[in-house]
Design a protein around this ligand. Structure first.
Ligand code: LLP
Length: 431
């Protein structure tokens, strides 16, 4: 569920109409609902309550400081993948001690920084990384807490580019090798084996791959916990959200409908996994990103032109693939709705951005209400992997971001000033 819905003919977020926000803050504009973030966190925490569990929000999904602050306030931990994310969490009021650090390419500098800050654990992706962590910890005279990421070779049955738990992927250590790696790691003096981790992929809409992976890995966890005194098992993130129909899925009634039956919900996820995880008697970590923030944000854009060619009708908007790359990158579907509904026929169109690439589109051959120049549209489910994946391509400044809380709205990231894009560049003085 989420907090975007029509009140009369106007799209609202919580208790505010969105269109005045577009006027006040300009477009392209990300609008986040604080209440939706809180609701999603609490639903998952509630479903997992039978377990000694910890939610470590995956910062990569939406790293805005205001988002991190909301989650820190709810008691969330954080799954980070870079020094930048660690510094962000701390700057937003989160604690390093609540962070787990994933990623295949941690540099010495990042490991040192994370050790000095005292993170909860490194999620180790290879043996050379383990050796490196031990060496850096020795130099700093500290002990590094680690969990090895196991690659269970289970297909998450999601998009190829976001499948991470098969042997085609660069992630983790193959299932068969993990026990031997723990045995060798237990001899490292500056490493403490604290857990085991896995993450099989993102945007899973079926619980079965999760179950398959947990069933496969749980016996190994049991053995390793006995041998090495592990404290936790992280089952990663990956809970999918509803992109279609995104607006309708905001209501409780929709979730009770037939269409929603069989879809992944926190309750279903917990029903299937808690019985498998409870007997481990370990702390269970989950690392959701998209589930928390995906449907908590929209990208608001203004229609610049409606262009008709012999075969097509293009709605050209002021947002582009540099603001939301998911359609271009994954052929992802984002529902598009007008901020103000008008009566009238629907027309088939392509919604495209101004960037000089054919891949710069948000929708192809989509039936949408007819729009004209100056109208505003909202691209739904843009709260996760939206602004964080944006770029300055075509020298377009990063969009502004606003958070809504009840009937209040606050600018949580100012639109990037044009000059900021080249402020760190310099022209050599040579001739
Ligand atoms: N844990 C680890 C180790 C991860 O690599 C990820 C995501 C997560 C947790 C959170 O996954 P989530 O709960 O959000 O599915 N840019 C892509 C998604 C990339 C996911 C990368 N890893 C997209 O826009 O679909």
């Amino acid at each position: 569920m989420h907090e975007f819905r029509y009140v009369g003919n106007e799209l609202w977020c919580e208790r505010l109409a969105v269109r005045p926000l577009a006027r006040r803050f300009g477009t392209p504009l990300f609008v986040y609902s604080r209440r939706t973030l809180e609701d999603h966190y609490k639903k998952l925490a509630g479903a997992l309550a039978p377990l000694d569990h910890r939610i470590c929000y995956a910062v990569k999904a939406n790293a805005n400081a205001a988002v991190l602050r909301v989650l820190a306030g709810l008691g969330s931990g954080f799954d980070i993948v870079s020094e930048g994310e660690l510094r962000r969490v701390i700057a937003a009021g989160g604690k390093a001690g609540d962070c787990v650090f994933a990623g295949v390419g941690k540099t010495e500098g990042e490991i040192e920084g994370a050790l000095r800050e005292g993170i909860y654990a490194f999620h180790v992706e290879s043996e050379p990384e383990l050796v490196r962590i031990d060496r850096v910890a020795a130099r700093l005279r500290r002990t590094a807490s680690v969990a090895v990421r196991v690659n269970p070779d289970v297909d998450a049955r999601t998009h190829r580019k976001i499948t991470t738990g098969t042997y085609e992927a660069k992630f983790g250590i193959p299932f068969e090798e993990v026990a031997a790696v723990y045995a060798r790691a237990s001899r490292l003096k500056h490493v403490r084996l604290r857990g085991l981790q896995m993450h099989i992929g993102s945007q899973l809409t079926d619980t079965r791959p999760f179950e398959e992976a947990v069933r496969k890995v749980a016996p190994l966890v049991m053995v390793l916990a006995g041998r090495h005194g592990l404290e936790y098992f992280s089952i990663g993130g990956g809970l999918g959200i509803v992109y279609q129909p995104a607006l309708a899925s905001g209501s409780a009634a929709w979730w009770r409908s037939r269409r929603a039956r069989g879809l992944l919900t926190p309750a279903r996820y917990a029903d299937r996994l808690v019985p498998l995880l409870k007997p481990l008697r370990l702390r269970i970590l989950v690392e959701p990103g998209r589930f928390i923030c995906g449907n908590a944000g929209v990208l608001v854009t203004r229609v610049e032109y409606v262009k008709r060619t012999g075969t097509k009708r293009f709605v050209i908007v002021d947002a582009a693939m540099n603001d939301l790359v998911r359609p271009a990158f994954y052929d992802a579907y984002h529902e598009i709705v007008p901020l103000t509904r008008r009566r009238g026929a629907r027309v088939v169109c392509d919604v495209v951005g101004p960037i000089c690439e054919s891949g710069d589109y948000f929708a192809r051959d989509r039936r949408l209400p007819a729009v004209r120049e100056g109208d505003h549209l909202a691209l739904l489910s843009a709260g996760a992997y939206g602004s964080v994946m944006s770029s300055n391509y075509n020298s377009r400044p990063l969009a502004a971001e606003v958070m809504v809380h009840g009937n209040r709205a606050a600018l949580v990231r100012a639109r990037e000033p044009l000059e900021a894009m080249w402020a760190r560049e310099s022209i050599p003085s040579w001739r």
